[in-house]
Design a binder for this molecule. Structure first.
Ligand code: ADP
Length: 211
């Protein structure tokens, strides 16, 4: 999808969907195209997600892009040379920025970033940066995930991808969490010591969250 010609440089794009829907593939595709266009691109990912490689964004199909692991948005701000904290939500003046920002700033696994991602993305977009955020729109309970709802609302462009439901082959919009091969309960802790845990894409009909 040719996003490049349609939007002015400063804007926010979000790529969302369940696990295995191709979010990382799409983020890597956009980043690769920007690099081919000789743009300055920076990709950040949360330090806690070390799927396959500590300094890469990796798709399930094996494609990669170089990424900088960070603990939170303050670390991103420092990396980009911005003040550690935005002055006031929505009130920063991009003209006052005298630093050279990248052309493109991408965030992989955006759902794991802190609430500072929204003001940071807005500030970057206002300063002329193309901001690309990839992340899960829904958690395993099929409830809006972290900062994603607000990012989605504020983005200029949103792409909601689907995976394939492993039960019936229909488009999958949700991520099924399994604990010891059974659907995780609504209140199951995020980390379950000693349990085998897995995730699979499913359609709404085959998604189950026992209470
Ligand atoms: P995401 O970042 O959304 O988790 P990835 O980009 O890492 O997704 O991986 C998408 C790839 O996963 C697909 O191109 C396909 O090769 C593979 N895949 C494996 N299982 C499924 C599935 N059930 N539905 C869709 N894609 C799947």
């Amino acid at each position: 999808m040719p996003l490049e010609p349609f939007f002015p440089a400063g804007h926010i794009e979000v790529v969302c969907g369940p696990m295995f829907s191709g979010k990382s593939e799409e983020l890597i595709r956009r980043v690769t195209r920007a690099l081919i266009a000789k743009q300055d691109v920076r990709v950040f990912k949360p330090g806690l997600d070390d799927r396959y490689h500590a300094t890469n964004v990796a798709s399930h199909a094996g494609r990669t892009a170089t990424a900088i692991p960070v603990q939170g948005t303050n670390e991103v701000r420092i990396h980009l040379g911005l003040e550690p904290q935005p002055a006031l939500f929505g009130l920063e003046n991009p003209d006052a920025l005298e630093i050279k920002l990248p052309d493109v700033v991408a965030f992989d696994e955006a759902q794991f970033f802190d609430a500072g991602l929204v003001p940071l993305a807005l500030q970057l977009a206002r300063a002329g940066v193309r901001v690309i955020c990839g992340g899960l729109d829904l958690d395993f309970r099929a409830e809006p995930f972290g900062v994603m709802p607000e990012l989605l609302a504020r983005a200029e462009h949103v792409e909601k991808l689907t995976a394939i439901c492993v039960i019936c082959g229909a488009p999958a919009t949700r991520t099924q969490r399994l604990v010891n091969d059974l659907p995780a309960r609504y209140d199951d802790p995020v980390i379950m010591v000693g349990a085998s845990e897995s995730y699979e894409p499913r359609c709404a009909q085959h998604h189950s969250v026992p209470r």
